[in-house]
Design a protein around this ligand. Sequence first.
Ligand code: RIB
Ligand code: CA
Length: 316
Amino acid sequence: MSRPVVMDLDTGIDDALALLLTVRSPELDLVGVGTVTGNVHAQTAATNSLRVLEVAGATDVPVAVGAERWLLEPDPGHTWVHGTDGMGETDQPAPDGAPSPEGAVEQLLRLSHEHAGELVVIAVAPLTNLALALRSDPGLADRLARIVIMGGSARDGGNRAPWGEANVACDPEAARIVFAADVPRTMVGLDVTMQVTFDAADLDRLAASSDAGAALAAQLLPFYLDVYTRILGERRCAVHDALAVAAAVDPTLLNTEALPVDVETHGELTRGMTVVDLRARFPGWPGGQGPHSDVALDVDADRAHDLILGRLLGDG
Ligand code: RIB
Ligand code: CA
């Protein structure tokens, strides 16, 4: 049986892979896409999402533009990881379709009524839309089955800042609202997403495939591989957002622990840090209070890689 899913994206290259993977996963029924400014502006993220959905033959999925600005944090407009177009400077054709007239927050609220108690949100971008939705309708929390977040870091430090992972650190106030909400939550942070990577051999397999989705992935990946090669010193790239989708498909890919998570919004050096209270692992240690999330601490990286690549190749 497939679960209704809405995705929140800042479509970017790994977001595009995540979106393809969702469409290719029979366990998930994608009922809407919302966009937010992050890797690219929210409008560009919508254009990119429409393009991916058209290539994947999923033109019935509505794409709604969401927050163009984060709650407080200014947008420096960084585009070096995904290119100015978010698609690795690949000059993609404009999609035939257009974003829906509904905004992403309104879409999320509507879908939460239509699929009350069942809707899973896969949020792989700054959490602005979700925070705005939770603030405008606190009843939303009761109607969501789970939020799967690609974001944060429990033990492994950050990427946008020393302790700030991009999706949390772009909008720490929004992330704080989401991590405090009374909704079951999975945090798929850098601790696990940096372990699941694509390399040049994976790119070759995608490029050799006759599948249209695989061909699009093969167009997007070289730019991202170049960026990550400069970062990591070897030719492989972390497919962060796709792992969040894989975890929604098969939660056994992750080793999670229910732990309190809060988001630092003031620290001079730590603004945007997910503060995971690891003391809660020990029954007798005082502290360990506050809203819990299922925090991914480890991943079966080979199995996750094979699930993601296999489905992008159209292998089922
Ligand atoms: O930190 C990784 C996250 O930041 C991913 O969602 C990627 O798309 C970027 O937005
Ligand atoms: Ca993203």
